[in-house]
Design a protein around this ligand. Structure first.
Ligand code: ZN
Length: 256
């Protein structure tokens, strides 16, 4: 009956995402129907955002819209990090102008860490999948989530199924995956609202400081969006160390 089926063979970390029908690990699936590659792949539990490229049995690359013939095998390959979202590929022909994120509520704490590292990151606990997909499409943002169904949407072009559960691990995972280590600018963005922090003179804000802060610190930044004031306290070195540990390297911060 092989001639009446399409065979999908999954590679790399995509195998771990396959819906399991049985207890034995398997990398290939026989589907007794055909449809476009995106639909066939996603029917097996793998969102299209997780696929780096697809090759036919003849070794040619094909797009998500490709409809395989019965008897044909499609090889489905994972991304090879670091993934550069500003570069077009056959599967992702419309690259982003720059890296920015929108974070789903199921990985909400990751949003704060990405902002602390200076990455433009939108997050709101009340946003549902519709809203997230709409913003991602409209503003060209990468969706970060643990929800596969959100990533299967056609409106979501760029996204990543976050694999780890600890927020610090997630930070390391995402920064490494998109190759952003060199672009980290610690404490340049407001962790609360995503505003870009500006240096502010101590005299200007001195009446808003607690007595001890007034005494101990001289360098301050302020968020022009929400008005929050920040200074370099001991929590800064703690955050820097935690982020560095999640990347397994030191984070250079000239302003620190
Ligand atoms: Zn702010």
């Amino acid at each position: 009956m092989e001639t009446m089926s399409v065979r999908l063979e999954f590679h790399g970390d995509l195998v771990a995402l396959l819906k399991r029908n049985e207890n034995k690990p398997e990398t290939a699936r026989l589907l007794f129907r055909t449809a476009c590659a995106k639909d066939l792949i996603e029917s097996q539990g793998v969102p299209h955002t997780e696929v780096g490229y697809i090759t036919t049995g003849e070794g040619c690359e094909c797009s998500f819209m490709y409809i395989p013939r019965f008897g044909e095998t499609l090889h489905v390959w994972a991304h090879t990090p670091p993934v550069d979202v500003t570069r077009a590929t056959l599967l992702f022909p419309n690259p982003l102008e720059d890296v920015s994120f929108i974070v789903d509520v199921n990985v909400g704490r990751l949003a704060k860490l990405l902002r602390l590292a200076g990455f433009d990151t939108l997050y709101h606990p009340d946003w549902d999948d519709d809203r997230i997909a709409e913003i991602a499409e409209g503003e060209g943002r990468i969706v970060l989530t643990r929800d596969r169904e959100l990533l299967k949407r056609n409106a979501v072009t760029w996204g990543r199924l976050v694999r780890t559960s600890d927020p610090w691990d997630q930070f390391g995972e995402i920064v490494s995956f998109f190759g952003l280590e060199e672009r980290i600018e610690l404490f340049s963005r407001c962790p609360t609202c995503n505003g870009i922090l500006e240096a502010v003179e101590k005299e200007e804000i001195i009446d808003r400081l607690e007595p001890l802060t007034r005494l101990m610190y001289n360098t301050f930044t302020r968020c022009p969006r929400c008005g929050q004031i920040y200074w370099r306290g001991s929590h800064h070195s703690h955050i820097r160390e935690k982020l560095a540990a999640s990347l397994k390297k030191s984070i250079f911060d000239p302003k620190g």
